[in-house]
Design a protein around this ligand. Structure first.
Ligand code: FAD
Ligand code: NAD
Length: 320
C-alpha cells in the first residue's frame, strides 16, 4: 500500500545492477532522472559494508550490502548525466569471480522520502592542513587516509556537542566536497588579503598555504583576523611564527571583546580598518580579497569592499 502511494506521488524508484571483470566490480544505479550529478551520490565503504545513497528530489535510494568479497580502499564514482546513470567502480582485492554482490543490509534497495531515513544532522566544515607549515598536498587526503578539520564546539549548539561526544572508532558520514573557490583566482596574484572572523579562518588555511608555496608572483599576504578575545585566536602562535619566517606574510588581530590589557586593534570590521589595511602596491597590481565569518561580518565586509571600489573579481566571500 505504501509503495503504491509513493509511486503515484513521488519520482519513480531507481534500480541497480552489477557486473564484474577479473579485477573490477561495477555497480550501476539507474536513477530514471536526468538532473543527477556527483553531489547527489554519497558512497561509504567500511570493512565489508558498502552503502551508496542517491538523493533524488526529497527521496533517498539506497544500495546497502555486506560485500561478498574484500575490495581495495579506493573506488571511483561516475555519473552519466544525460541518461541518469551512476557507475561505482570497485577494485577487487583478489582476482576471483564473485557469485553475488553481497548480502542485503538495512533498507537495501529502498526508495524512501528523506525525512523518513532517520535523524540526520548535516553541517558544512572546511578541510584544513595539519599545520600552517605543512607543504600543500594534492590530493586533499594524503595517502587517502587523513582529512583534518578545525571545529569549534558550541555548548548550546545542535551538532557540535554531539561531535564532541564521539569516541575514537565511532563513525560520521562525510559527503562529497562542495565549494566555488577556484585555484585560478590565485594565478599571477601579487597581493592577497584575507579577512577572517572566528572559525571563518578555516577556508583561509589552504588558500594561504597554497599561495605561499605555488604562486611565484605573490608579493604580500595579509591576514586581518577578527575574534572576540585573545583566547579565541586560532593558531595564534603558528601565525606569528609564519610572519616571522616568511616576510611576505603579515598578520593583524582585531578583538571585539578584549580585556583591558589588550593593546592591539579593537572593534568590528569597519571602513576605517579596511582602508588602512588594504593598501594595494599599485593601481594595476593583481589583488584578491577573501573573506569569511559570521553572516553579518561577511555581508558588512562585502559592502565596505564595494564602497572602497574593489571589483567583484577582486573579492571572494566564503558562504554557505
Ligand atoms: P547551532 O545549533 O547551529 O548553533 C550555533 C550557535 O548559535 C550556538 O552558540 C547556539 O547556542 C547559537 N544559536 C542557535 N540557535 C540560536 C537561536 N535561535 N538564537 C540565538 N542563538 C542561537 N565551523 C567550524 O567550526 N569549522 C569549520 O571549518 C566550518 N566550516 C564551515 C563552512 C561553511 C561553508 C559553513 C556555512 C559553515 C562552517 N562552519 C564551520 C560552521 C558549522 O557549519 C556550524 O554552523 C557550527 O559548527 C555550529 O553548529 P551547531 O549545530 O553546533 O550549532
Ligand atoms: P564569533 O562569534 O566568535 O565572532 C568572531 C568575530 O566575528 C567577532 O569578534 C566579530 O569581529 C565578528 N562578528 C561577529 N558578529 C558580528 C556582527 N554581527 N557584525 C560584525 N561582525 C561580527 O565567531 P564564530 O563563533 O567563530 O563563528 C564563525 C562563523 O563563521 C560561523 O557563523 C560559521 O558558520 C562561519 N564560517 C563560515 C565558513 C564558510 O566557508 N562559509 C567557514 C567557517 C566558518
Amino acid at each position: 500500500q505504501v509503495t503504491d502511494t509513493l509511486a503515484k506521488e513521488g519520482p519513480s524508484s531507481p534500480s541497480y545492477d552489477w557486473f564484474q571483470t577479473d579485477s573490477l566490480v561495477t555497480i550501476v544505479i539507474y536513477t530514471k532522472q536526468k538532473d543527477i550529478n556527483l553531489d547527489s551520490v554519497i558512497v561509504d565503504h567500511r570493512d565489508d559494508s558498502f552503502r551508496a545513497e542517491t538523493v533524488i528530489k526529497d527521496y533517498s535510494y539506497l544500495v546497502h550490502v555486506a560485500l561478498s568479497h574484500e575490495i581495495q580502499e579506493d573506488f571511483s564514482v561516475l555519473v552519466v548525466e544525460n541518461v541518469g546513470k551512476i557507475e561505482i567502480v570497485l577494485k577487487k582485492k583478489e582476482n576471483t569471480s564473485w557469485k553475488c554482490l553481497g548480502h542485503p543490509q538495512e533498507n537495501h534497495n529502498s526508495f524512501i522520502p528523506k525525512k523518513d531515513t532517520g535523524t540526520e544532522i548535516v553541517k558544512p566544515y572546511t578541510p584544513v592542513c595539519d599545520s600552517l607549515f605543512s607543504e600543500f598536498k594534492e590530493p586533499v587526503l594524503p595517502n587517502n587516509i587523513y582529512i583534518y578539520f578545525l571545529i569549534k564546539i558550541y555548548p548550546a549548539g545542535f551538532f557540535t556537542p554531539e561531535l564532541d561526544q564521539l569516541q575514537i572508532g565511532d563513525y560520521v558520514s562525510v559527503s562529497n566536497p562542495e565549494g566555488n573557490f577556484i585555484i585560478s583566482q590565485l594565478q599571477e596574484l601579487e597581493d592577497l588579503f584575507l579577512l577572517a572572523a572566528g572559525t571563518g579562518f578555516t577556508p583561509m588555511v589552504k588558500v594561504l598555504n597554497y599561495a605561499l608555496t605555488n604562486i611565484p608572483s605573490l608579493r604580500k599576504v595579509k591576514l586581518m583576523f577578527f575574534n572576540k578575545t585573545e583566547d579565541d585566536i586560532i593558531w595564534r602562535s603558528q601565525l606569528e611564527k609564519l610572519a616571522f619566517k616568511d616576510k611576505r606574510f603579515e598578520v593583524e588581530f582585531v578583538l571585539s571583546a578584549p580585556t583591558s590589557e589588550w593593546s592591539g586593534k579593537q572593534g568590528y570590521i569597519s571602513p576605517a580598518l579596511l582602508s588602512e589595511f588594504l593598501k594595494r602596491r599599485s593601481d594595476t597590481s593583481k589583488v584578491l580579497i577573501c573573506l569569511c565569518g559570521p553572516t553579518p561580518f561577511t555581508e558588512q565586509g562585502m559592502k565596505m569592499l564595494h564602497d572602497l571600489n574593489f571589483s567583484k573579481d577582486e573579492i571572494h566571500s566564503f558562504t554557505a
